[in-house]
Ligand binder design. Structure first.
Ligand SMILES: Cc1cc2nc3c(=O)[nH]c(=O)nc-3n(C[C@H](O)[C@H](O)[C@H](O)COP(=O)(O)OP(=O)(O)OC[C@H]3O[C@@H](n4cnc5c(N)ncnc54)[C@H](O)[C@@H]3O)c2cc1C
Length: 354
């Protein structure tokens, strides 16, 4: 275990924000996670788990404790009849993992291509995009309890997955460190395409229907998703300043039927069409956060002190060489404006470490 001190967190986050961490420990085994937790206990320090740094924002004053960077590697596959169980270390790169699944003709992760970060962080907010959520393929996971250092297995149903939610963001927030995720997938099954934008793209490429169900179709979908994401600066690219972000800064609000009626009255009074998506729960209606942000005056390319809105995606707050305070102040301004105009409270998606 190598303990580093005074490490700039802006170098470890995709939004390039955050002051120095007092201690910074990279853990590449379960044992080293436990040793690092022991070290934090001895020093009486608080602990923050960090992986790819693509959904986290640290304060300008840094972190006065121990950063545990999860770097546990290794992927292996076990077959049971028609099912394939893929065991991945939490520190594996997510997009490399998706590529590995496609190369091995495993279906279910292809629409999640191009998302930055690690395998171990995907269950935390139930990563999702283009009609797929990681909860659809997670079989179980292994995690270390931060107080007792005990290892516990969670089955899919124990994780309480929902839209951008899991038990690791709610009841067990900061209580467990995920060390391994087990995925259950099928080989060569026909990929499902539900997301309208992706469906339109596939429908406009007639050659798709002639491809075989395995690697060919999966690769086609992967390339389609990456190309759609790139247009929105949703794939990290050192040459694209619009990717200096945490991706979408706000989740799409989910309203009850009566909340939706109140929202509709407001939009109609403003002579606006009411945008919404239905969900699997007929009593819940999802509102596109990007629309709320834009309609409240924060359009693509908006700039303010040190932060702005991506020129290619109105939900992404980008760092324009400023401080965490600038990004958070823009976020607060957006939340206040949306609340005043539409009565809806936006919830930030990234984890903000104060
Ligand atoms: C350009 C861009 C596009 C994005 N697109 C999407 C998208 O389409 N869909 C989507 O859902 N997200 C998206 N994101 C957000 C982000 O990539 C995901 O949430 C990702 O899973 C975060 O992984 P990470 O390893 O970077 O986690 P980090 O940012 O390092 O951590 C995020 C949170 O998870 C916790 N955590 C991390 N690893 C572990 C672990 N092993 N055990 C326990 N807790 C842990 C951290 O403590 C923190 O609370 C995007 C981000 C960017 C920058």
């Amino acid at each position: 275990m190598i303990i580093k001190e005074n490490i700039l967190l802006s170098d470890h986050t995709t939004i390039k924000l955050g002051g120095a961490a007092k201690y910074f420990i990279e853990c590449d085994t379960e044992e080293s996670v436990k040793e690092a937790l022991e070290f934090a206990k001895e020093k009486n320090c608080k602990v923050q788990t960090l992986s790819g740094g693509s959904n986290i924002i640290f304060a300008d004053h840094g972190f006065d404790g121990v950063i545990l960077k999860i770097n546990i590697k290794g992927v292996s596959v076990k077959k049971d009849k028609d099912d394939f169980f893929i065991y991945s270390g939490a520190g594996e790169n997510w997009d490399e993992f998706v590529k590995y699944c496609i190369e091995n003709e495993l279906t279910g992760a292809e629409c999640l291509s191009g998302i930055p970060g690690s395998v171990g962080a995907t269950p935390v907010q139930n990563v999702g995009a283009y009609g797929q959520e990681v909860s659809g393929i997670i079989y179980s996971l292994k995690a270390i309890e931060r107080e007792s250092f005990e290892t516990r297995n969670f089955r899919n149903e124990d994780c309480r997955f929902a839209y951008r939610e899991s038990i690791f963001k709610s009841a067990y927030k900061d209580k467990y460190i995920i060390t391994e995720v087990v995925f259950k997938m099928k080989k060569n099954s026909e990929p499902e395409i539900n997301y309208p934008e992706l469906k339109k793209y596939i429908d406009s490429h007639k050659e798709y229907s002639g491809l075989s169900a395995g690697k060919e179709k999966l690769n086609f979908i992967r390339n389609a998703v990456i190309s759609l994401r790139k247009k929105k600066s949703m794939v990290i690219d050192a040459d694209d300043p619009n990717t200096i972000s945490c991706g979408s800064f706000f989740t799409n609000p989910v309203l009850s039927v009566s909340e939706f009626e109140t929202f509709k009255i407001k939009t109609e009074a403003l002579n606006l069409l009411t945008p919404y998506y239905t969900t699997s729960d007929k009593d819940k209606i999802k509102i596109p956060a990007a629309w709320l942000v834009e309609q409240s005056g924060f359009v693509k390319g908006y700039k303010t002190k040190g932060a702005g809105i991506s020129a290619n995606h109105s939900l992404a707050i980008i760092n324009l060489g400023g401080k965490t305070a600038d990004t958070l102040s823009l976020s607060e301004e957006i939340i206040k404006s949306v609340k005043e105009k539409f009565g809806i409270m936006l919830i930030p998606e990234p984890v903000i470490v104060k």
